[in-house]
Design a protein around this ligand. Structure first.
Ligand SMILES: [Zn+2]
Length: 482
């Protein structure tokens, strides 16, 4: 069995998950499920990033012990992912014992190798981002990432010899491995300012992994976090490394396309095959923020509309690499038009007609040519879930058009059989293909047709004798707009 290793970033547990986190894991889950029904051995990794100054500070403000605090927030991520039907292989926490031990092993290796050394850190620190910047990186005394003020600091720290791996990093950036490719230029431009060794320890932060060679320091949270992609698979590198796809938000591309590649090079490991940097979500044209009170809790949407609808709305709304806009109104209109009027209606109409004759349908294939299966497969190979989903929904629309154009309810005999044969096989294909996006809907469709869940596999897409249909139900009910 071929292996596929797909990762999301591990999410920082300073607050409960919002719709942006949900999008990242849904995208990873859609792609993982696609490769699963193509018979890959998929390892899908997600989790939470739980160390650092900011967590320590937030916990303290809430009068909590940091461990109790991260347990609580990490639990909220886990339960949100369960509600969104995220089928991960492992949910790693950077406070997991095996992760901490493996991080120490890696640090020790790099220290013994001479790639970690002691020095003095002088620079600027952005507390909200837990990020350090050089003089040339800050903009008018402000953080180049978030624009908030930075503090000037000078302290003893251990450094990772990132500068030593500049060639490997530039080779990676030029290797066509980043989606979308226009982001490569931003990273190369930033590299022109120089590539500095990276401080990887803090003496002042207690809430972190102690350095194995100096326990008065803890590991810088980003260094600890990046290593999760290796520690999670417990060094099962032959099977899973290099990762096939690392999905991240565009704001952390520097960490993944530069720092991460440097660390991997120091460990003599190849870079990931692809990094997909997705865009941001706006809500009704505005940035999500606590102060605006427009932060969307994905769990509330799932409770109101079901996880399939939320998954569908987010993936269908925009190509992963673009920024996008989402709102409850948009979600409702997608449920009403795409899911109830198109998909739900097709399945209900055709299955109702099929149920009138309790038999196996055979006949001429009048529809499979309308399905762009090669295009869909190709989209998935390029990790373009948005495009694949639109091709599937185009096919749903073509099937509905076929029903009305042929007026199939008036057909009889062989003509009726061929129409139903073609439509039932098309619905079967839709059930299988929609499953990665909307697992509950895919399973429902397949069961109505008389198969069990294990039938959901790309090898079963071919048209053939089909039926008798078992039952039919309404997949999506319309939602009234407020
Ligand atoms: Zn910042």
């Amino acid at each position: 069995m071929l292996a596929k290793y797909i990762t999301t970033p591990i999410f920082y547990v300073n607050d409960k998950p919002h719709i942006g986190h949900a999008y990242t894991v849904i995208l990873a889950d859609v792609l993982s499920r696609w490769f699963k029904i193509n018979n890959y051995d998929v390892f899908f990794l997600t989790g939470t990033d739980e160390h650092g100054n900011k967590i320590e500070k937030t916990a303290r403000e809430k009068g909590m012990d940091p461990k109790d605090f991260v347990d609580q927030i990490s639990g909220l991520f886990k339960s949100a992912f369960a509600k969104l039907d995220i089928q991960y292989s492992r949910f790693i926490r950077t406070t997991d014992k095996d992760h901490e031990e493996n991080v120490k092993r890696i640090l020790k290796y790099l220290y013994d190798k001479g790639d970690i050394y002691k020095g003095t850190y002088e620079g600027y620190y952005c507390l909200p981002d837990e990020s350090y910047f050089t003089e040339s990186e800050i903009i008018d005394g402000k953080c180049p990432v978030c624009g908030r003020p930075v503090q000037k600091i000078s302290e003893e720290a251990y450094f990772f010899r990132l500068s030593k791996y500049k060639d490997q990093i530039i080779n990676f950036l030029n290797s066509n491995s980043i989606i979308p490719d226009f982001r490569v230029k931003e990273q190369l431009n930033r590299l022109k300012n120089g590539l500095f060794d990276l401080d990887i320890s803090r003496k002042t932060v207690k809430w972190g992994i102690e350095l194995p060679f100096d326990n008065s320091h803890t590991t810088y949270v980003w260094f600890d976090a990046l290593l999760n992609y290796l520690t999670a698979i417990n060094f099962d590198l032959n099977k899973y490394w290099p990762a096939d796809l690392q999905i991240i938000g565009k704001e952390i591309l520097w960490f993944h396309s530069v720092i991460w590649i440097g660390i991997l090079s120091a460990l003599n490991l190849p870079p990931p095959k692809k990094i997909l940097a997705h865009g941001f979500w706006l809500v009704n044209g505005q940035k999500m923020s606590k102060s605006l009170g427009n932060v969307i809790d994905p769990v509330l949407w799932v409770e109101k509309y079901g996880s399939d609808a939320v998954r569908y709305a987010l993936i269908s709304e925009k190509p992963a690499h673009d920024d996008g806009d989402i709102s409850e109104e948009k979600l409702i209109s997608k449920i009403n038009s795409d899911l109830a009027d198109e998909l739900g209606n097709l399945v209900y109409r055709v299955l109702s007609l099929s149920l009138k004759s309790n038999k196996v349908f055979e006949g001429d294939d009048l529809l499979s040519k309308e399905l762009d299966l090669e295009g869909i497969k190709n989209d998935f190979e390029n990790y373009d879930a948005f495009s694949a989903l639109h091709k599937i929904m185009d096919f749903v629309r073509k099937c509905n058009k076929f029903v009305s154009d042929k007026r199939i309810w008036e057909l009889e005999g062989k003509e009726f059989d061929s129409a139903i044969y073609s439509l039932l096989n098309s619905i079967k294909s839709i059930g299988i293909l929609i499953y990665p996006f909307m697992p509950n809907t895919g399973i429902k469709i397949i069961k109505m047709l008389g198969y069990d869940e294990s039938y959901i596999n790309v090898k079963n897409l071919a048209f053939g004798p089909i039926g008798p249909v078992k039952y039919r139900e309404i997949l999506f009910s319309k939602v009234e707009k407020k």
